[in-house]
Ligand binder design. Sequence first.
Ligand code: BGC
Length: 703
Amino acid sequence: MNNYDLKVEEILKQLTLEEKIGMIHGDGLFQTKGVERLGIKPLKMADGPMGVRAEFLNDKWIPLNHSDDYVTYLPSGSAIASTWNNSLAYKYGQVLGREARGRGKDVILAPSMNIIRSPLCGRNFEYLSEDPFIIGKLAVQMVKGIQESDVISCAKHFAANNQETNRLGVDVIVKEKTLYEIYFKAFKEIIIKANVYGIMSAYNKINGHYCSQNKWLLNNVLRKEWNYENLVISDWGAVNDTLEAAEAALDIEMSVTDNFDNYYLANPLIEKINNGEIEIKNIDNKVRNILRTMFKIKMLGDTEDRKSGVYNTKEHQDITYEIALESIVLLKNEDNVLPLNKNIKKLLVIGDNAIRHHSNKGGSAEIKALYEISPLMGLKTKLGGNVDIRYTKGYYVPDKAADDKHWQELSLEKKIAKEKTLSDEIKAKQKLYLDEAIELAKQYENIIIFAGLNHDYDLEGQDRSDIDLPYEQDQLISEILKVNPNTIIHLLSGSAVSMSKWQAQAKTILWSSYIGMETGHALASIIFGDVSPSGKLTQTFAVKLEDYSSHQIGEFPGNDHVHYYEKENVGYRHFLVNKIKPQFPFGHGLSYSKFTYDKFTNQLDDPRYSFNLNIKNIGNFDASETIQLYLKNINNKEPMVLKAYEKVFIKKGEARAVSLTLDDESFSYYNEVSKQFEVKKGLYQVSIGTSLENIIHQTQIEV
Ligand code: BGC
């Protein structure tokens, strides 16, 4: 027994049944009940991954409209991932943790780390990647950064929550090997390597059992196999049965309704304990985990030493800018259209996304941003008053019909996606906007289009129906490219969108996810070449939807059931196995500079192998490059898979040594018979490159 455990047992002895029950379910939309007489405070929680969410009434989804809950608006998960920068992921965590604490929270409901199984999942913008290795690496840093502020990072959603359609009930039918190698991998990492204090159990079922009351998932995998001893909190409304939830290793039931005393783990549980159906030891275990975790974040014990946090500092805004900068991906840049020269006289900016603010939408990730610099404002602040910047919308975004109630209050009700039919009025507006943009384009040499999605599409509770750009944007982009082939296109989206209708005609394409309050400043710095782009995709951008594994087999979205027949071949793995050429591959992202690579050497000291190279920046810009290592077992049909990466910043004319290492884990696969990860011996091909399709060096090793 460690230090905390003795104290925990002492407190446990003093608690009444009612007090224990108060601690294990929501007594507000974002808090549990405390026990005042023993100095136990309520656990205060807040969403979410992109900043600390604004305050609501305790029991209603009514925003309090305070003036002190504006916060730093951080880049989303898929943006952070595209930096490929572990130290930025850590800084992101530090900002979020400090702000959560600064706002008086004990639990921050982040990071969101589900696998991007299909580009259509509405919450992909919150998630990091289709690849579990990079999610794990970055999430470990995020969690460490958050928890440094004596705040619980509640990582979500465990597990296999990969679609929004029928998210409350869908039963994911999936093999154990697939779960362990793909869907569990990053969660295990944050438990083992970052000692995460909170895990949110998902809404969906896995192989017939709701995650939030799934004994195999929570009791066996999480607690026994991974020795996880901190909190498990249900997603809001994810519990469906008192007995099962009581016996499962779930600690706190949260939900979206205000009947707190009637939650499954409230009065119904007291009844079942009193009539002997449920043993009190189940409840004691939950309370133990809660108390233990409270000691860890100094809510109990050394409370005077607890960090106080801080929010809205200049430093936080600077970190947000840094992450945003490194997350922008240059997909294509023929004829060096980018960077633009700051001495231009005239610039035409087209597109609704040039002026749209995104922070206050998207579902539970919404926040009240202290400010949000739009792309247009970023360009204007960069160029000043001597450049004639003309703006036109280019495409029309109809307002979404507002519900009377807050969406989250309605989130447990079955919703049927509304059919999108375009009224004549909308069509007329679209034509008007398009015609105006075309006419203006004829008068400008320099044009930038800011297009893509917004949170009407990248949205919790709903999946997209296709990967095409909405609002007739394909037509807009094609027409403008006809007028001016040097038009620069920036696409914003949480995950892949198709560009097939105009990609070949475009010379220059930038992509980014939602990159936070400094969006405009970061984009302007990249566009005008103050900084060279260094973001890279962590999701495959396909030509068409059917190229993705889950769509090829017709298993997205499932409704009652969804079968993960593609097994481990999610994302780029499927493209490799089936030799499908994507629009832009995993790991892709260009720079304004040029690099050469040489002096490749291997050091094969079992159990750590290192692969070394020298990289030189021979271009005209200081710039960063990310070296990626993919591994393939030559004796089987599995594709090559990301196993190491490193991002390095190199000044022009200088060189850096890079060393990528592998260990036993890199060669391990899950064995469903022995129920363990085992090293697979044999011949491996090591491929080192700057994207999945740009391999610069290959070597073979015998393990
Ligand atoms: C979401 C969670 C979120 C919770 C609380 C749920 O709808 O799935 O990610 O943390 O609400 O807002």
